[in-house]
Ligand binder design. Structure first.
Ligand code: UP5
Ligand code: MG
Length: 190
């Protein structure tokens, strides 16, 4: 059809790599709407929806919520935003997420922003965050790391094989990471 498709950037990286932090910066400078799949799922738990308990249990175990649930939330948030440029943070987390999103929305990402960070640093950040997240305890953090390595990194590798990954060293201080991110989003002349 003739409807113009929105621009989507997938923002991926391990737990605590700084996805949410950097997305907030990108929104301020480049007019994107930030959609954190994890935030949308946590809001769904709070809303008391019928899926809430299932989502809560999966997040507590560091498991990946079924694609159809997450994709519905993302689609609704995209429609409600009125914008046509999105940072989708923390999704797709596995091959099935990726294929389902493409099949349902017919959207392919413009590129993938990948925050590369050593596990010790990510663990330190999460343990000092103190925002009351139910998955920010050492047992769940270990499970999240395992799922990231086994299921989510292959998605990054898939997009890398298509030349679509912009990899950023995320172990540096927040402002230094953003300098690199800013250059990626700044339109180049010719
Ligand atoms: N911080 C950030 N950058 C820093 C820097 N450069 N130097 C020093 N400190 C830095 O940052 C984490 C902390 O580190 C903050 O205190 C920050 O100030 C500091 P943040 O920006 O929050 O990192 P982020 O990568 O967003 O970490 P988050 O914990 O949100 O990542 P996860 O991927 O683990 O969490 P998410 O919310 O995406 O998913 C949670 C769970 O939801 C998943 O485990 C899964 O169970 C479920 N889920 C799905 O099932 N499907 C989905 O599609 C998405 C989620
Ligand atoms: Mg986050």
């Amino acid at each position: 059809d003739s409807e113009k498709k929105p621009t989507v950037v997938f923002v991926l990286g391990g737990p605590g790599s700084g996805k949410g932090t950097q997305c907030a910066n990108i929104v301020e400078h480049f007019g994107y709407t930030h959609l954190s799949a994890g935030d949308l799922l946590r809001a769904e738990i709070k809303s008391g929806s019928e899926n809430g308990t299932m989502i809560q249990n999966m997040i507590k175990e560091g498991k990946i919520v079924p694609s159809e649930v997450t994709i519905k939330l993302l689609q609704k948030a995209m429609q409600d935003s009125g914008n046509d440029k999105f940072l989708i943070d923390g999704f797709p987390r596995n091959e099935e997420n990726r294929a389902a999103f493409e099949a349902v929305t017919k959207i392919e990402p413009a590129f993938v922003l990948f925050f590369d960070c050593p596990e010790e640093e990510m663990e330190r950040r999460i343990l000092s965050r103190n925002q009351g997240r139910e998955d920010d305890n050492i047992e769940t953090i270990r499970k999240r790391f395992k799922v990231f390595l086994e299921s989510s990194l292959p998605v990054v590798e898939y997009y890398d094989s298509k030349g679509k990954v912009q990899k950023v060293d995320a172990a540096k201080p927040i402002d230094e990471v953003f300098e690199v991110v800013k250059a990626i989003f700044t339109p180049k002349d010719e």
